[in-house]
Design a protein around this ligand. Structure first.
Ligand SMILES: [Zn+2]
Length: 359
């Protein structure tokens, strides 16, 4: 259990990505009905669309999006990394921060650690992440070393700015947002330890496993994920950033992680890849879940829900045959119904993990 700004959150929990202030195709009532406790929104994307001054003018992200649950905001380090990897002209990372050209703009923008914290506080976020220099585990050690040094320096600046903002805005202790540091270091135990030790010394409310969590073969970098839990004391919550594959969520939970976020379950839903449990309860054996591809022609007359005992709005009201039809005619309703089901699957997965056998 974690309590932030007077709101309790049961752990483990899966946090869907609502990058631009929306979990695509569903609204806050749908999120609530799926048992979602928090949504991860993105500082970096929101500062471009609709822009930070717009969000502030509309009383922050909760009011703007109509979501009354908790809002986490990712710092932007990971997004900048992904965009620059695709296109190096997009921007660059230097010791001051991340400089880039926002989409369709000729004006260069610099995201510094201080700016990153000010934006997140002004958005009304409940859990802030420090700006970090993100890497892929397979990148060379020399690059990882620079990224770790930057991440540590930026974390210091973030903490200082955070304290300054809390004081200036007179935010009460009970209402204050949490601030998490992100442990970088790629595939080097030495660098991960160096980063974790420095962050622990600065002092945060919790920590995140940073960097791309999968190797080139698409497998979870299990050794590193386990190691970071070993070096972050158990009293601190640990967030597995970007981990949303059901098997990886279960694995990371068994290694001591509490919080997970990813765009994958909702993106898969929109593409017709639905998740379902193969067992009515528990997570026994290796094959406790499977994909169901709605496009498959054999679903044309299947008159039953995706999962018989699923309590989600979709399974309670609609057959697989109807979903197959909606998908084929490319109706938006498919996206909503599929997203609701996959999200409920993820919250059910967390409920199953909370059962005593998995404590
Ligand atoms: Zn369902």
């Amino acid at each position: 259990m974690l309590e932030i700004a007077g709101r309790k959150i049961h752990l483990p929990t899966f946090i869907p990505d609502g990058t631009f202030g929306v979990v695509r195709s569903i609204d806050s009532q749908d999120l609530e009905s799926c048992g979602v406790q928090a949504v991860m929104m993105n500082t970096f994307h929101l500062m471009q669309k609709p822009g930070s001054s717009t969000i502030q003018a509309l009383d922050g992200l909760h009011h703007f999006s109509g979501w009354e649950g908790l809002i986490f905001t990712d710092s932007g380090g990971f997004q900048a990394y992904s965009l620059m990897k695709e296109n190096s002209r997009f921007g660059q990372v230097n010791s001051d921060g991340i400089s880039f050209f926002p989409e369709g703009s000729q004006r260069k923008f610099l995201l510094t650690p201080e700016k990153c914290i000010r934006l997140q506080i002004n958005y009304g976020s409940n859990l802030l992440f420090c700006l970090d220099d993100c890497t892929h585990v397979d990148e060379p050690d020399a690059d990882q070393k620079i990224a770790v040094e930057r991440t540590i320096t930026w974390a210091k600046h973030c903490k200082q700015e955070y304290q300054k903002q809390i004081e200036q805005k007179k935010i009460e202790k009970r209402q204050r947002p949490y601030l998490f540091g992100i442990v970088q270091g790629g595939n080097s135990r030495e660098l991960r330890k160096k980063c974790a030790d420095a962050l622990l010394e600065i002092g945060f409310d919790g920590y995140g496993f940073g960097g791309w969590p999968l190797n080139n073969a698409g497998e979870l970098v299990e050794n590193m994920v386990a190691y970071v839990r070993e070096i972050i004391p158990m009293q601190f919550p640990l967030h597995a950033l970007g981990i949303g594959h059901p098997a990886f969520v279960a694995k990371s939970f068994s290694l001591g992680y509490d919080l997970f976020d990813s765009a994958m379950p909702t993106r898969d839903a929109r593409h017709g890849r639905l998740y379902r449990f193969t067992e009515p309860s528990g997570l026994e054996g290796k094959n406790w879940w499977e994909y169901m591809y709605i496009i498959d022609q054999r679903h044309i007359k299947t008159n039953r829900p995706i999962t018989d005992n699923c309590d989600c709005h979709t399974c309670q009201h609609y057959s697989i045959a109807y979903l197959h039809h909606l998908y084929k005619i490319n109706d938006n309703l498919f996206m909503r119904l599929a997203t609701i089901h996959n999200l409920r699957f993820m919250t059910q997965l967390c409920e199953r993990l909370r059962q005593p056998a998995h404590d």
